[in-house]
Design a protein around this ligand. Structure first.
Ligand SMILES: NC(=O)C1=CN([C@@H]2O[C@H](COP(=O)(O)OP(=O)(O)OC[C@H]3O[C@@H](n4cnc5c(N)ncnc54)[C@H](OP(=O)(O)O)[C@@H]3O)[C@@H](O)[C@H]2O)C=CC1
Ligand SMILES: CC(=O)[C@@H](O)[C@H](O)COP(=O)(O)O
Ligand SMILES: [Mn+2]
Length: 394
C-alpha cells in the first residue's frame, strides 16, 4: 500500500491553510495533516486539531501553547503542542514530515521555508514574500537541500501546469511569461479618490476570498509586483521576459508564450483548492472540490494593459526587480509595514506606495546582507525600522 503523504501546514488557520486542510480531508487515503501551526487564532487551531488529529500543533506564545495543550489533553488528543519560531523550523524539517505547505503570510515565513528547503522536503509555496526576500539565496537552499519546490500561487501554478515536467526543458520552451492580474477592487475607480478608500473596500476583492494582507496587495497591485519577482526565481527568467496583463474575470490564471509563439494557458474557476491540490498530488491530478468552469457564464474574457500611474506599487516592484540584489527584500519589508499601517487605519491607501518608494530610495542593501539568512533578516529589520521612522514623519 502507498504511504500517505505527511503534510505540515505552516499557517493552517489562514485562507490557504484552511483550503489545504479541505483538500487533505477529501483524500484521507493519500494525505495526513501531521503538523498544524498558527499565530494568533488559537481557538481555530484547536478546532482544526479536533478535526485533523495532527501529531504536532504550534503557537508562538508560550501561555497560549500551554493552554492549547491542556484543552487538547482534555479532549482526549495526544497532539503535542510546540511553541516559538524555532519550533516552526523544527517541524518544517522534521524527518516524519514529507511535505510542507508554506502558508504563513509575510517574511515571517522565510526561516521555516528555508528549513524545509534544506531538509529536502516537497515545499509547496504560497508564501510568496519568503521568495521575494530570499531570492537567489532561497533558490540555492532549494537546490542544495534537493527539495522539490512547487508553486501554489495561482499564476505560478498555472504556468507550472503549462510547462513540461522536466525542468531542464523549460528554457527551450519559454519565450516569455504573462502573469494575469484582476486589477483588484480599484481597477476602475477614480484615481483621485484612492486616498480615501477604507481597509474594507481594499479587501473586497472582486474574485478571490483571501487574507487581508494579500487582499490589500491585490488592490494596490503590489501583489502582482511580488508575483513578478516570484516568477523571476521560480522560472529563472530575467525581468524582460515577464509581462503583466489585467484580466478582470480571473479565469485565465496565467500564460506561457512559447518560442514558436504558441500560447499555453491554464483556466479554471477562481478557487485556490485547484493549485493546492496540484501541489499536493503532482505529477498526478486529484479532485479538488472546485466548481467546474462554464465558459458560457462569461459573455467575454477581457484583457488590458496595467496603468502604472494608477498602480505605482507595480512600477516599484519592477524597479526593485531590476535593482541591486536585496532591493526586493526592501520592497517587501516596506510594503508589509505600510499595509499593516493601512489596515490599522493609520496610513492612507495611497501612502502605501509612497512609503515603499521612500524606503527603496533610503535603504541600500549591503552586499554581505544577501548571502545569509541572518543578513536577509537584518536587511528586513533595517527596512522596517526605516519605514516606521518615516511613518512617524509626515
Ligand atoms: N489567500 C490566497 O488565496 C492566496 C494567498 N497567497 C499567499 O499565501 C500566504 C498566506 O496567505 P493567506 O492565507 O491569505 O493569509 P492569512 O492571513 O489568511 O493567513 C496567514 C497565516 O499565517 C499565520 N501567521 C501570521 N503571521 C505569522 C507569523 N508572524 N508567524 C507565524 N505564522 C503567522 C496566521 O496565523 P493566525 O491566523 O493564527 O494569526 C495564518 O495561519 C501569503 O503569503 C499570500 O500572499 C498566495 C496566493 C493566494
Ligand atoms: C489567488 C491568487 O493567486 C492571488 O494572488 C490572486 O492572484 C490575487 O488577485 P490579483 O490578480 O488581483 O492580484
Ligand atoms: Mn496570485
Amino acid at each position: 500500500m502507498k504511504q500517505r503523504l505527511r503534510v505540515c501546514v505552516l499557517g493552517s488557520t489562514g485562507s490557504i491553510g484552511a483550503n489545504t486542510l479541505d483538500v487533505i480531508a477529501r483524500h484521507p487515503e493519500r494525505f495526513e495533516a501531521v503538523a498544524l501551526t498558527a499565530h494568533s487564532r488559537a481557538d481555530e487551531l484547536f478546532q482544526q486539531c479536533l478535526r485533523h488529529r495532527p501529531r504536532w500543533a504550534c503557537l508562538p506564545d508560550p501561555a497560549a501553547a500551554l493552554d492549547l495543550q491542556r484543552r487538547l489533553r482534555e479532549a482526549g488528543l495526544s497532539t503535542e503542542v510546540l511553541q516559538g519560531p524555532a519550533a516552526l523550523e523544527q517541524l518544517a524539517a522534521h524527518p516524519e514530515v514529507d511535505a510542507v505547505m508554506a502558508a504563513i503570510v509575510g517574511a515571517a515565513g522565510l526561516s521555516p521555508c528555508l528549513a524545509a528547503a534544506r531538509a529536502g522536503k516537497r515545499l509547496m509555496l504560497a508564501n510568496k514574500e519568503a521568495l521575494v526576500v530570499g531570492g537567489a539565496f532561497f533558490m540555492r537552499a532549494v537546490q542544495a537541500g534537493g527539495a522539490t519546490l512547487l508553486p501554489v500561487d495561482s499564476e505560478h501554478s498555472a504556468i507550472f501546469q503549462c510547462l513540461p515536467e522536466a525542468r531542464a526543458r523549460w528554457p527551450e520552451v519559454i519565450d516569455h511569461l504573462v502573469l494575469t492580474a484582476s486589477g483588484g477592487p480599484f481597477r476602475q475607480r477614480d484615481p483621485d479618490s484612492l486616498h480615501a478608500v477604507t481597509p474594507d473596500e481594499a479587501c473586497a476583492h472582486p474574485n478571490w476570498i483571501m487574507g487581508r494582507k494579500i487582499s490589500v496587495d491585490s488592490a494596490s497591485m503590489m501583489n502582482k509586483g511580488l508575483e513578478l519577482i516570484e516568477a523571476r526565481w521560480l522560472f529563472d527568467l530575467p525581468p524582460e521576459r515577464l509581462k503583466v496583463l489585467i484580466h478582470p474575470q480571473s479565469i485565465v490564471h496565467s500564460m506561457v508564450v512559447c518560442r514558436d509563439q504558441s500560447v499555453l494557458a491554464q483556466l479554471g474557476t477562481p478557487d485556490m483548492r485547484v493549485p493546492i491540490a496540484y501541489a499536493l498530488s503532482f505529477p498526478e491530478r486529484i479532485e479538488s472540490g472546485a466548481a467546474p468552469l462554464n465558459l458560457l457564464d462569461f459573455a467575454a474574457l477581457q484583457f488590458e494593459a496595467p496603468d502604472l500611474r494608477r498602480f505605482p506599487a507595480l512600477a516599484l516592484a519592477w524597479q526593485a526587480l531590476r535593482g541591486p540584489e536585496g532591493s526586493t527584500a526592501v520592497l517587501n519589508a516596506a510594503n508589509e509595514v505600510a499595509v499593516a499601517s493601512f489596515l490599522a487605519g493609520s496610513l492612507r491607501f495611497t501612502g502605501i506606495s509612497e512609503l515603499v518608494a521612500r524606503c527603496l530610495e533610503q535603504v541600500l542593501p549591503a552586499a554581505d546582507e544577501v548571502g545569509s539568512v541572518a543578513g536577509l533578516l537584518e536587511l528586513d529589520a533595517r527596512t522596517r525600522a526605516k519605514a516606521q521612522e518615516l511613518l512617524g514623519k509626515p
